[in-house]
Design a protein around this ligand. Structure first.
Ligand code: MF3
Ligand code: CO
Length: 250
């Protein structure tokens, strides 16, 4: 397993890519409302990425047909945008987006509430965000990837949430998916984090059980029990001083 450690120069470009992803999320936060279609959100994201001289990383990735993954309620990840999927009060929507700038990728996901959501959905969003930040706290030189995974698992357990097992975080660089893969629970992974590594941390937690399945479109991942799922992701740089979030506004 070759893990590419990024140079200072590469980190500088990756911050630009991450800034563009953060610009998209800032726009999504405002655009997500009752009555908006997920295709409108996709098209807005596409425009922002292109206006910033970047390319939507997901579009065409293994044939994926959209710039964002728009996953509503029981959809976990890789949901298709559609003019027929209109957000309703009480929904939650996970928006995952990647931008490639000067050959480097930024990747980040966030789950947004639509209007007034139930108390249990509020808890799911708060807990999954907490799992992300608790996990990435260990993204420091000479710390262990297992501690990232362990913190995510512990937060999920604290809130009694299901943990999606089949998907997880990953190295990011010139490719969206580089080594290492990051489970969102303990696996006895011996990997020691080293400065210059850039890894997307992305817990996906469920109100119900762990199990998920893929719909007939070949992409959309849903929970088997149809209970809601949330997804929070940042691309994070390992440094001696701790985690540096790349997918934030510059
Ligand atoms: N953040 C998701 C992942 O790392 C993005 C999936 S992109 C897609 O898997 F193009 F495959 F949809
Ligand atoms: Co990712």
């Amino acid at each position: 397993m070759a893990i590419h450690r990024k140079s200072k120069h590469e980190i500088g470009i990756m911050k630009q890519a991450g800034n563009i992803v953060a610009l998209v999320h800032a726009a999504m936060r405002d655009a997500v409302k009752e009555g908006v279609s997920t295709l409108e959100l996709n098209d807005l994201a596409y425009k922002i990425i292109k206006d910033n001289k970047a390319d939507p990383t997901f579009l065409g990735y293994h044939g994926y047909p959209f710039s964002i993954c728009a996953s509503v309620n029981e959809q976990v990840v890789h949901g298709f945008s559609s003019k027929d999927v209109i957000l309703k009060n009480g929904d939650i929507i996970s928006i995952d987006v990647g931008a490639t700038y000067k050959g480097f990728v930024g990747d980040s996901a966030w789950t947004y509430p639509v209007g007034d959501i139930s108390e249990e959905k509020k808890m799911l969003l708060k807990a999954t965000e907490e799992a992300l930040f608790s996990g990435l706290e260990h993204m420091r030189h000479n710390d262990k990837l297992e501690n990232v995974a362990g913190n995510i698992e512990d937060v999920a357990k604290k809130y009694n949430l299901g943990i999606v097992r089949q998907y997880g975080g990953h190295g990011v660089g010139r490719e969206m998916h580089e080594d290492p893969f990051v489970f969102n629970y303990r696996t006895n992974n011996p990997l020691i984090l080293q400065k210059g590594m850039v890894i997307a941390i992305e817990p996906m937690l469920n109100l119900g059980c762990d199990d998920v399945e893929v719909l007939d479109d070949g992409w959309t991942v849903v929970t088997k029990d149809k209970k809601a799922s949330a997804h929070f992701e940042h691309t994070v740089h390992v440094t001696e001083d701790g985690p540096e979030i790349m997918t934030k506004l510059l």
